[in-house]
Ligand binder design. Structure first.
Ligand code: PBG
Length: 335
């Protein structure tokens, strides 16, 4: 078939660029690679047989044994090499949080897989505390104490570094924690460990499935704080996200993060332009689950929808994506 008849002008200016897969590949401005993805891992001290998590297809609350098997499989089958670990201890406390279970998991992962994996560790206390808040409460239980929490975070970060963590990722949202963590790492010979700050972490409803997985929801009647609104960023206040990110960059964070992703694309776009640092986006549990639940109902093509969301993050300027789909990324990006 040659040119279409003169009378029938099928293709106008822009549509020539969408004409076939070759042209579409050539004009693409955003290129995603599975090497940019970080896979979250949950490991629970009380877990005997690994448990699935509602909405998070393919992600489990692992036992200490199944965690090692899962990471082995991720390396072999999925080509996944970057992870974000969440430890969920059995016994919770009020103040001096016991992070030894998580430290033990870091040790066994690094002993088994060494430098073939890059292991980031979420550093926060909502899974470790009796009340489910992200730090130490003040005596009157009206606030999360900034100073006491930062001291605990720096202590935990050092223990994780000693256990072999490559990257410390504080998600608590206290002020000044990046400087305190960087200082503790540097003073003890761990200046080679990275700090990835949950810098622009919003007070979001999209963390629902995660809180089941991490046993980390604020417990009713355990404090005067009914939610995390006094420490996480208000969804209607993007300038707070900018100020918090500038602060964390100045305190020495190596990587900054926006979380959640899709509802905050404006924030990702603005911050990546304004602050010249590597940026991560967390496609959080509720975002991931929304796509999975729609796909389960036959309403959308799940893998293609995830790739579309990841493309939006890269388009907005992010270098890396933390997603429950990292272990499928290599497969999905080929579709
Ligand atoms: C812990 C933490 C949360 C997430 C990551 N670290 C939950 C929260 O702040 O309540 C959410 C991750 C997700 O929803 O996938 N502070």
């Amino acid at each position: 078939m040659g040119a279409t008849s003169k009378q029938e002008k099928l293709i106008f200016s822009q549509r020539r660029l969408r004409l076939n897969p070759h042209v579409r590949e050539l004009v693409r401005q955003v290129h995603l690679a599975s090497t940019q993805m970080i896979q979250p891992l949950f490991v629970g001290e009380a877990v005997r047989e690994r448990e699935s998590i509602p909405g998070l297809t393919g992600t489990y609350r692992e036992s200490a044994d199944s965690l090692l098997r899962q990471v082995e499989q991720d390396l072999e089958l999925g080509g996944v090499t970057k992870f974000l670990l969440f430890g969920v201890p059995q016994s919770k406390s009020h103040a001096q949080f016991d992070v030894s279970f998580t430290a033990g998991q870091i040790e066994s992962l690094k002993k088994r897989f060494g430098d073939s994996i890059f292991l980031s560790v979420d550093t926060c206390f909502c899974s470790y505390s009796t009340h489910g808040h992200c730090g130490v409460l003040t005596e009157d239980h009206r606030h999360v104490s900034n100073e006491a929490t930062v001291t605990e975070l720096a202590r935990a970060a050092l223990i994780y570094a000693q256990a072999g963590a490559d990257c410390i990722a504080p998600s608590d949202m206290m002020d000044g924690r990046i400087g305190a963590i960087r200082g503790a790492l540097d003073a003890n010979g761990y200046s080679d460990r990275l700090v990835m700050s949950y810098a622009a972490k919003f007070h979001s409803r999209f963390y629902g499935p995660f809180r089941l997985a991490a046993d980390s929801a604020p417990k009713e009647n355990a404090s005067h704080l009914k939610d995390r609104a006094t420490y996480q960023i208000d969804p209607a206040c993007p300038s707070d996200a900018l100020a918090s990110s500038l602060r964390d960059a100045a305190e020495g964070a190596d990587i900054l993060m926006v979380k959640p992703g899709l509802p905050y694309l404006d924030v990702i776009s603005r911050l990546t332009q304004d602050i010249d640092k590597p940026w991560a986006v967390y496609e959080v549990s509720g975002e991931f689950a929304s796509i999975e639940l729609m796909a389960a109902q036959g309403l959308i093509d799940g893998p293609r929808a995830h790739v579309e969301a990841w493309t939006a993050f890269a388009r907005a300027g992010a270098e890396m994506v933390i997603t429950y789909g990292a272990r499928y990324a290599r497969e999905w990006l080929k579709i």
